[in-house]
Design a protein around this ligand. Structure first.
Ligand code: PHE
Length: 355
């Protein structure tokens, strides 16, 4: 019965080796060492033929039993290793879905956009509708049709960005159509009248304008809001009433306005319109340079030459127009001390006005 002992011995060794194996590879080695064709078990079973035929079934059964146990132990351990490996992988690939996401701070409306909206809403209550035109404009719409003749100083290279670098006079001399970055929103007056042909016209044109001017108080790109009202009968008093309504809605009910005679080639009569200082209510301070007044608007009655260029008969229609600079109004309303703040796009500045 030596063989029975040998089987028990091998079984014990093998089960122990399985128990102490710490890796799948070590387990594989145990498998090879004991169970493979040339393994210790097969080796031992060769002696079965020396066992008497009477004892052989018993020894055979014992050998099978030992093998079954070893198989079970191997499988159990293999599964344990596989589970471990899977768990490790899951752990290393795990995503913690409970971590808060990185926050992108929300954007906000630029102060110029905000002020434009505020101004537009006031005039919309008087029946004005939005109109627009291109920022790259022909000299016809930007100058000629607005009664700004060839020798008008605003047509000089110093103020106007000529697209393609051709100034007005050279363009004419060489029979080209001059193209400019619009220097004001007034060309939208011309485009609107040419398109509409008949009164009434009651439009607002907000947008960017460009002048070759750059210092602490001037930016080469800034914004204007243009207004135009054309009807069969329109008076200067209506212009005044319209602007007084606007000034009081925007700067407060006690705001005063005054109109001073002024000159723009496309209006007659023309005026510069001041509002009482929003800082000192007219008493005189640094912002209004002790005058009590702030100049914020230009306006007047549409010039007959403008009607003519825009295809309307000045004997049958009348109109008023006005234009204002948005940056200046924004700075006054929100106490912005430096024009450059509006263009530097520093979020610490911008976020104060966002909606
Ligand atoms: N376009 C003029 C400017 O840019 C403003 C203006 C508009 C004046 C309409 C009178 C009438 O200064």
């Amino acid at each position: 019965m030596d063989l029975l002992n040998r089987i028990s011995e091998l079984e014990g060794e093998c089960l122990k080796a399985i128990a102490v194996a710490t890796t799948a590879e070590a387990l594989q080695e145990v498998d090879l060492k004991y169970l493979s064709k040339k393994g210790l078990f097969s080796e031992c079973m060769k002696s079965l033929r020396d066992v008497s035929s009477e004892d052989r079934p018993k020894v055979g059964a014992r050998a099978n039993e030992a093998k079954t146990r070893i198989d079970a132990a191997l499988t159990a351990k293999r599964n344990a290793f596989a589970d471990e490996a899977l768990n490790a992988q899951l752990q290393s690939e795990a995503i913690d879905a409970t971590l808060p996401a990185l926050r992108r701070p929300p954007g906000s409306t630029h102060l110029i956009t905000k002020v434009m909206g505020e101004l537009v809403r006031i005039f919309q209550r008087l029946g004005f509708e939005i109109a627009d035109g291109p920022e790259v404009e022909t000299e016809f719409h930007n100058f000629d049709a607005l009664n700004m003749l060839d020798d008008h100083p605003a047509r000089d290279m110093q103020d106007t960005f000529f697209v393609g670098g051709v100034d007005g006079k050279t363009a004419k001399a060489t029979n080209q159509t001059g193209v400019v970055l619009r220097t004001h929103t007034s060309p939208v007056q011309i485009r609107t009248m040419l398109a509409k042909k008949e009164p009434p016209v009651r439009i607002l044109a907000p947008g960017a304008v460009f002048r070759s001017d750059y210092d602490v108080t001037h930016s080469p790109m800034f914004h204007q809001l243009e207004g135009l009202y054309v009807n069969k009968k329109v008076s200067f008093a209506e212009l005044k009433g319209c602007l007084l309504f606007f000034a009081r809605e925007y700067f407060g009910p006690n705001t005063q306005i005054r109109m001073r005679p002024s000159f723009f080639p496309f209006v007659e009569p023309g005026a510069e319109i001041d509002v009482s200082c929003v800082m000192c209510s007219g008493k005189g301070c640094r912002v209004c340079k002790e005058t009590g007044w702030l100049e914020i608007l230009g306006g007047g009655m549409v010039h007959p030459s403008v009607f003519k260029a825009a295809g309307m008969d000045s004997r049958l229609v009348q109109g008023f127009a006005f234009g204002m600079g948005i940056e200046r109004i924004a700075m006054l309303k929100y106490g912005v001390p430096d024009l450059r703040l509006l263009f530097e796009n520093d979020p610490r500045f911008l976020k104060q006005f966002g909606i």
